[in-house]
Design a protein around this ligand. Sequence first.
Ligand SMILES: Cc1cc2nc3c(=O)[nH]c(=O)nc-3n(C[C@H](O)[C@H](O)[C@H](O)COP(=O)(O)OP(=O)(O)OC[C@H]3O[C@@H](n4cnc5c(N)ncnc54)[C@H](O)[C@@H]3O)c2cc1C
Length: 319
Amino acid sequence: MRLLRHRSARCFRARHGRLIARHGSAQTRQRWIPRLLASELAGIAVTEPHGGSRPAESRTCVVAGLDGTWRVTGRKTWISRLTEAAVFVLFFRAPDGGLAAAAVDATEPGLHRQPIPPTGLAGWTWGVLDLDEVTICQEDVLNGDGMLLLREHFAGYRPLVTATALGGAAAVFDAVTTRLSARRALGDLPRLRDSTLITLGRTHVQLATALLGAVTASHLAEGGHPAAEPWGAAAKAHGIDTADSAAAELALLLGASGFRADCQTAKTRRDLSGLLYADGIHDSLYRTAGKQHTATKDAAGVTSVPTPRDRLASVAMTG
Ligand SMILES: Cc1cc2nc3c(=O)[nH]c(=O)nc-3n(C[C@H](O)[C@H](O)[C@H](O)COP(=O)(O)OP(=O)(O)OC[C@H]3O[C@@H](n4cnc5c(N)ncnc54)[C@H](O)[C@@H]3O)c2cc1C
């Protein structure tokens, strides 16, 4: 489980700045990529008060100015890295009515923040981002349809979030096995109960197989496979459900010490509960994944669902 923890922590470093790197204009990339490589943070602002599950219905709109710039006004909610981000990738409705995205400097006048204390994931600030006639230059606008950018980005991002969550649950697994071994060595537990050994065996394989699903989703996203989006959605929902339930089950094996507020296991469980919402609530994600299984075939008799052989070929090509 230690390897799983290490790999998970490493792969979470690539964040929302990838949207700027892949779709920004030359000027925008020149401006932000060196700063992001130097560890400054990019936030993403999509969710609005009427519901994050429907990003296409964004109410944050721009008005075109005579000088060619746009002015954007609206409210974004539940935004991570609210005060730490140097730049936000902001999604809004463009003058043509479609969803668009732009890189917005966090120091722009017209950005107002209301931090909200979260119950978990407390490493960075989180809350409401208000935009009051914030200026967007044409060079700040990312190339491409906003909805497509969002779908492509989260196909790659969700597996990374999932791997991080599974790494957190793997740390709980290690804490539990270390404590059980120590109690045995001290003679406090003369033998381990079968139910405990079954829980260890089951949660270990659950975490490992969920990680394999996330790795597969990540390979599909890197290779631009058409099934990357449903794989990313389903792997995130399944992986985080697995991490959350495994951590809850394992924590009981620590006894009451796992209930202390300063216990790392208790903190990990709070963090995992935040990931049940962040980057997509699971009923919406399973629904996205479920849609492909009822997709109609095109004229050539091909559905959007790749055969197992296609999937393996894609993984091999991008591996
Ligand atoms: C820790 C954390 C960090 C986050 N960070 C960010 C961030 O950095 N940037 C950002 O933009 N957002 C962020 N979010 C917001 C997150 O993306 C949203 O919470 C998520 O997309 C769901 O949106 P919502 O909370 O508005 O719930 P809703 O979309 O309102 O969904 C709530 C429930 O209603 C259900 N529902 C939706 N539509 C229907 C319907 N038609 N009929 C019946 N039920 C329906 C949903 O499936 C769900 O079960 C973060 C959230 C958390 C918890």
